[in-house]
Design a binder for this molecule. Structure first.
Ligand code: SF4
Ligand code: SF4
Length: 92
């Protein structure tokens, strides 16, 4: 089974609380490559050029933890969703 097919089988019980926060939006302004927009397999992070900030679509987070170590400034405050919420794997 291809990765895209596996991702299609992922289901979420979405929390109403965002479990991902950007610590300081000003830091993102000076971050040249904005690696969070490339390293997240679920494309949770997106650079909003109008508002000059990173938008975070936490609902699609796969809880892999990559962004915690991939931000060069340690600017992502990531924790697991509350108990019972978040991703549930199906045949993945
Ligand atoms: S990698 Fe970190 S500092 Fe850079 S844009 Fe993303 S959250 Fe901001
Ligand atoms: S934990 Fe993984 S899936 Fe979730 S936002 Fe970070 S990189 Fe993306």
């Amino acid at each position: 089974m291809k990765l895209d097919d596996k991702l299609y089988l992922v289901r979420f019980n979405t929390d109403t609380l965002n479990h991902i926060k950007i610590a300081d939006a000003a830091v993102c302004l000076k971050c040249q490559d904005k690696p969070c927009t490339r390293i997240c397999p679920a494309h949770v992070y997106d650079w909003d050029d109008e508002e000059k900030r990173i938008s975070v679509g936490y609902e699609g987070c796969l809880e892999c933890g990559t962004c915690r170590v991939g931000c060069p400034y340690g600017n992502i405050l990531w924790g697991y969703p509350r108990g019972g919420f978040g991703v549930s794997w199906k045949n993945g």
